[in-house]
Design a protein around this ligand. Structure first.
Ligand code: IVH
Length: 776
């Protein structure tokens, strides 16, 4: 096949994949295959630039920046919709439609979500996209042709045949919730402008004079109607949209028929109930009389059609005032600013507080006390302050200041430091978080620490609620988690809400918590930044509390997903004398940590001398350089002692120089020796090659848990499987080794039998665990 034919074939195939992906929502090939075809096309087009056409899928990258948008007149004005806020408004609309049509039987309506983005018109001539325009004032909009071409699901040419010569389609350009979150995170990272909501993000991204910026934004298009056409597409609105879909235009998967207003109301309820779980934001639903003849009969009133209405949902954003900013102290001592707001109803819920996260966030928002702000409650998420309305700032607005003393215990409040390692040096910079240094002497931290310690996923001590913890702390009965183990039933009995039996039960539950797994115990300690997963990694890799306690930060960074910052948090936690005391006391109370043992084989295998050297971040010495150095010189001591000549045998002059410079610094020598000594002390030997052998009986296997287990919780079952080296997944596939199915197991069990995957019931599972030496 010659290049030209291949280019045509690739375009046709990519177009087909795009259509399956964006319009039918049924991806036909994995992303990697799509990328391969795309890159092949790009390469061929680069070789044969005269074969590049504007409708090629490679042409979605944007073009030269414009000085201004030119204007576009809409042949048929782009109108807006009347709104219904209450059920009664919608019924009134329905009555007017019936009256206007003088019709006895129920009116056929189309129902669509009202996407919260911006209206756009796309003009196709002979099936080719020739123009994109914003709505503007409805009569004149802006020419955003280059920008719309960058939107992935806007077809550059129509599929199939039979389209009118002139076809103007209209729809909404919007950004999904996930796209919005991603964009804001990326913008915040580079100190760029963040957006208050997906709608603003979509508008800001589409109206860019530099279309390359638009191309980099996750915009999507959804078609909801037609404008001018040289021939009628169909006789009804729904049939029109379905025909557009055949031609490759994306329409809403939620498009439905409704017979009469009652069914419209049911649609409103249904979408409303699913509003939070939709991938994009909607501010209501749109009902349109389906028959185009009926639409024509009804006509327009002012700038709104009589045949359509938007039934709105309660707004998710409101304006309110910041009355004050207070500081709350969390479990790890983080002093978090919280905005006290003038109470306001947002989407049916009264909001009077919103977290401000940290001082950087306050700086980013430019927020002062007294400001009017936009509050947003997206779904079930905690209300957020999105933006300050500067126009409304009062003269006496006050800057927010971090208190120098903890509002709970009066201890000093310190700014956290961020640690980075680069070019062989550790540097610190000021973090956004402030912390009370009081630790467990701070009532707020102590309460949170105990609540965390007893929580289900930590030590799982049943029967101790937050209120009781507060009381125990306030009455001075416990000063650290270790004091829990000295509690007597008589003392518990004194607390509010406890009777004789429940007091005894609580003390028993505390006693029964003395045999946790190492991972649970580490998690329960409440080390800053150490969640359940990190605790599991520490336990599994290092195998004993003793090793976790002494591990150097640099050694900790060998573990999966532990960065230098978290490594320092862990190290500092165990360096702290008070924390050490608490751990001593806990162990002295009879705590017996389960499944402590050897260093994990995978960890031991992952460390090599070259790897360690590479991690020292000697300038210009990467993994390959480190490898060469070790091959040539063999041991750390020889590398430290090597002179320029030795080093140049293995490395470039520049690298050799860098190694010399690095080890000239006494502290660097000491650090390298300390890391090596610790790794050896942990029982590790330098391996020159990586081994994947794990030694655990279920290493490399994937298990799935389904149904209810009666003799242990699913969490515990997961923990046990993981301790044997298995991965526990959420769904059954061909890669699943075994499914543990309790009563009530449904589709996963069915899938397992369909695929012939081994299934164990709970008894068989318990027996299997027993064989592996694990008691339940
Ligand atoms: S129909 C004459 N359908 O809502 C009918 N509009 O207030 C014109 N919108 O400017 C619009 N989803 O930006 C229609 N399914 C939908 C819609 C929708 C969102 C927006 C559109 C329009 C505004 C009307």
């Amino acid at each position: 096949m010659n290049a030209e034919n291949r280019i045509h074939a690739l375009r046709a195939e990519l177009d087909q994949h795009n259509y399956r992906y964006y319009v039918l929502d049924e991806p036909s090939v994995p992303d990697a295959e799509y990328d391969r075809l795309f890159n092949e096309l790009k390469a061929l087009e680069a070789e044969h630039p005269h074969l590049v056409t504007p409708d090629s899928p490679t042409q979605r990258v944007g073009g030269a920046a414009l000085a201004a948008f030119s204007q576009v007149r809409h042949e048929i004005p782009m109108l807006s919709l009347g709104n219904a806020f209450e059920e009664a408004d919608l019924r009134e609309f329905g009555r007017r439609v019936v009256e206007g049509l003088d019709q006895r039987e129920a009116v056929d309506y189309s129902c669509e979500p009202k996407l919260d983005g911006l209206a756009v018109s796309l003009l196709y001539r002979n099936g080719q996209l020739v123009q994109g325009a914003t709505r503007g004032d409805g009569t004149t909009g802006e020419d955003i042709s280059t920008n719309v071409r960058t939107i992935r699901n806007v077809p550059l040419k129509l599929h199939g045949k039979g389209w009118p010569e002139v076809l103007e389609v209209r729809g909404e350009v919007y950004m999904s919730k996930a796209g919005f979150e991603r964009l804001n995170a990326a913008q915040a990272e580079v100190g760029g402008k963040t957006f208050a909501n997906p709608r603003n993000a979509a508008a800001g991204s589409l109206r860019q004079l530099d279309s390359k910026i638009t191309a980099s934004r996750p915009l999507e298009f959804c078609c909801y109607g037609v404008g001018q056409t040289s021939a009628r597409v169909a006789d009804s609105h729904i049939a029109t949209l379905e025909q557009l879909k055949v031609w490759g235009l994306p329409i809403s998967p939620e498009l439905k028929h409704a017979e009469g207003i009652e069914q419209c109301l049911a649609y409103y309820q249904d979408i409303g109930a699913r509003r939070n779980s939709l991938a994009y934001e909607i501010d209501g639903v749109v009902f349109k009389v389906n028959s185009l003849a009926a639409q024509q009969e009804l006509g327009f009133r002012a700038r709104e059609p009589r045949w359509a209405i938007a039934h709105k949902f309660p707004a998710m954003e409101e304006l309110t005032e910041v009355l004050d900013v207070e500081f709350q102290v969390g479990r790890t001592g983080a002093v978090t600013p919280v905005a006290r707001l003038k109470p306001v109803k947002v989407a049916g819920v009264t909001v009077s507080n919103a977290t401000l996260h940290n001082m950087d966030e306050i700086a980013r928002l430019g927020l002062r006390i007294g400001d009017t702000v936009i509050i947003r409650r997206a779904g079930d998420v905690i209300p957020q302050v999105m933006q300050v309305v500067l126009d409304r700032r009062p003269d006496d607005a006050r800057a927010v200041e971090v208190p120098s003393a903890c509002p709970v215990c009066g201890s000093q409040v310190e700014r956290t430091q961020l640690i980075k390692r680069s070019k062989g040096r550790e540097t610190t910079s000021e973090g956004a978080v402030y912390r009370c240094v009081g630790r467990l002497a701070c009532g707020a931290q102590l309460k949170q620490a105990i609540i965390h310690y007893v929580s289900r996923r930590a030590m799982d001590i049943d029967g101790l609620g937050e209120k009781s913890v507060e009381q125990l702390v306030d009455e001075g009965l416990i000063r650290s988690p270790a004091d829990l183990y000295a509690l007597k039933p008589e003392q518990v009995f004194e607390l509010e809400g406890f009777a004789e039996v429940s007091s005894r039960k609580l003390v028993e539950a505390i006693e029964a918590s003395k045999r946790p797994t190492l991972a649970r115990f580490i998690f329960a300690l409440g080390i800053p930044d150490v969640g359940e997963e990190t605790a599991k990694v520490l336990a599994r890799s290092l195998g004993s509390l003793e090793r976790v306690k002494v591990a150097l930060p640099q050694v900790l960074t060998y573990l999966p997903d532990i960065g230098l910052e978290v490594a320092h948090e862990i190290h500092n936690f165990f360096e702290d004398a008070h924390n050490r005391d608490v751990i001593e006391q806990l162990l002295a109370s009879g705590m017996q940590l389960q499944d402590q043992g050897e260093l994990a084989a995978e960890f031991a295998a992952s460390t090599t001398l070259a790897g360690m050297i590479a991690k020292l971040d000697i300038p210009s010495v990467g993994p390959t350089g480190a490898e060469k150095l070790v091959d040539k010189l063999g041991t750390l001591e020889k590398i430290i002692a090597a002179d320029g000549i030795d080093l140049r045998q293995a490395l470039t002059t520049k690298q050799a120089e860098a190694v010399r410079e690095f080890f000239k610094v006494e502290a660097n020598q000491q650090l390298a020796r300390a890391i090596e000594a610790q790794l050896k002390d942990f029982g590790m030997h330098w391996h020159s090659e990586k081994k994947t052998a794990d030694g655990l009986p279920l290493a490399g296997q994937t298990w799935v848990l389904t149904g209810t287990l009666e003799r242990m919780s699913r969490d515990i079952a997961k923990e046990k499987l993981e301790s044997l080296g298995a991965k526990v997944a959420g769904s059954v596939s061909g890669k699943t080794h075994c499914v543990v199915a309790g009563p009530g197991a449904g589709s996963k069990l069915a899938k397992a039998s369909e695929l012939g995957v081994k299934v164990l019931d709970e008894d068989a599972f318990v027996a299997f665990l027993a064989e592996q030496g694990i008691a339940v």
